[in-house]
Ligand binder design. Structure first.
Ligand SMILES: [Zn+2]
Length: 409
């Protein structure tokens, strides 16, 4: 029996369903300050599961109670490659549990569908990746090269897990990565970038009845808001068009005057400071300097409209630019083969509307990434999040077939 058939024979949808349900039943919302409000329990579950399967495991303590679990089979030797199957262990808040049809962490299985927080984003993708790695091992197939599983922390927030991984040996030696996020098992070669820009306008405090005695920074926020559509148009001109992604967008998300922690808002006081955050989403074609110069220009125009005020901006997070991978990349070719051989169908292509840990891998390591995983692309972070068991099984088969093909290449 050829190696791939032996490996695929080790992938069973019942096991995938149960593993996904086990992972969902361990809540892993990051709640700072709350005992157990982190990824530790689910990470330790992944660790023991991998050890039982005979997979090598490394625990990277990224922050207290927040470990990355890295598992691998095979070895990276000269001329051989290292491929990462990437997932994250954190999930976003369930919100008001009363709005869910079934409790958000009960992982109800109804008509081939599993419901719960993290069902799609992304405990099912993680389960599919774990089983894909284990299936190679169970089949006794020694990969040419190294197949790595990363169960990383903090994807939903500052991406501390992947930022840590890229500074370590096992991260630096990676040649490519499959990001197992919910994309309906489509092959996504592009993801939009994100920049959160916080503008700060500095004026001068005064009595609301005597505005001429001060400089009102809130007027500057108005000027920045008026600039936002023009900024969006300029970014759309500078970025490339994509068949799979929406064009760049500029969305105001936070406006505060005075900002939190800097005084108390009062109806008769012109504050000294005002802040506005823009959530900027990008497609490929613009670099970090290009974005910076556009934001500087917004500051200059806003300041010109508000005599006496100072306007500056700062990034809230490190920049995550849009990423794109060429269809000719060996990883992409192997994923196409993986879909044909593992799922028995032609591949579909798509794009990732937001940014993921893959963005960091692509930007920091320069390696090709393809995002492909089980779950409806629109369902993450919603109430009654779900995933179809058939899609989880298909994902595991795609990962196993693509990994074999990539490590052979
Ligand atoms: Zn996710």
């Amino acid at each position: 029996m050829p190696a791939l058939d032996q490996v695929l024979a080790q992938i069973h949808s019942d096991e995938l369903a149960e593993l996904t349900r086990d992972l969902i039943r361990i809540p892993s919302v990051y709640r700072p300050g709350e005992p157990g409000g982190n990824e530790e329990r689910v990470a330790r579950f992944v660790e023991s599961w991998l050890r039982r399967e005979g997979v090598e495991v490394l625990v990277q303590e990224v922050a207290p109670g927040r470990p990355n679990i890295i598992g691998w089979i095979g070895e990276k030797t000269p001329g051989r490659k290292s491929l990462l199957l990437e997932g994250h262990t954190d999930v976003v808040t369930e919100g008001d549990a009363g709005h869910w049809t079934w409790p958000p962490f009960s992982a109800e299985l109804v008509d081939g569908r599993i419901y719960g927080r993290g069902a799609a984003d992304m405990k099912s993708g993680l389960a599919a990746a774990m089983v894909a790695v284990a299936a190679l091992r169970r089949a006794g197939v020694e990969p040419r090269g190294k197949l790595v599983l990363g169960a990383l922390v903090d994807e939903e927030d500052a991406m501390l897990g992947v930022r840590h991984l890229v500074t370590t040996d096992v991260g630096r030696e990676l040649d490519a990565a499959i990001i197992c996020e919910p994309e309906q098992n489509e092959l996504c070669l592009e993801q939009r970038g994100v920049v959160w820009a916080r503008f700060r306008a500095r004026g001068r405090m005064a009595h609301g009845a005597m505005p001429e005695a001060g400089v009102n920074p809130i007027a500057c926020l108005g000027a920045i808001l008026r600039e936002a559509p023009a900024l969006e148009r300029r970014l759309r001109r500078r970025c490339t068009r994509s068949r799979h992604l929406r064009p760049p967008t500029v969305t105001p998300t936070i406006a505060q005057a005075p900002p939190r922690g800097v005084g108390v808002p009062q109806s008769n006081v012109i504050p000294a400071l005002a802040e506005l955050t823009l959530d900027i989403r990008l497609t490929a074609g613009i670099d970090a300097d290009g974005v910076r110069s556009e934001l500087e220009a917004v500051c200059a125009r806003a300041a010109a409209g508000c005599p006496g005020a100072k306007v500056e901006w700062e990034p809230v997070n490190p920049f995550r630019l849009a990423t794109q991978v060429d269809r000719a990349e060996p990883l992409v070719q192997c994923m196409i083969r993986g879909v044909r051989e593992g799922a028995g169908r032609a591949p579909k292509f798509g794009g990732v509307p937001g940014s993921t840990d893959g963005t960091v891998l692509r930007m920091e390591l320069g390696i090709p990434i393809v995002t492909c995983g089980p779950g409806n692309r629109l369902i993450p972070h919603q109430v009654n999040e779900y995933v179809d068991v058939a899609e989880i099984a298909e994902a595991a088969r795609i990962y196993a077939a693509a990994a074999l093909s990539y490590l052979e290449s």
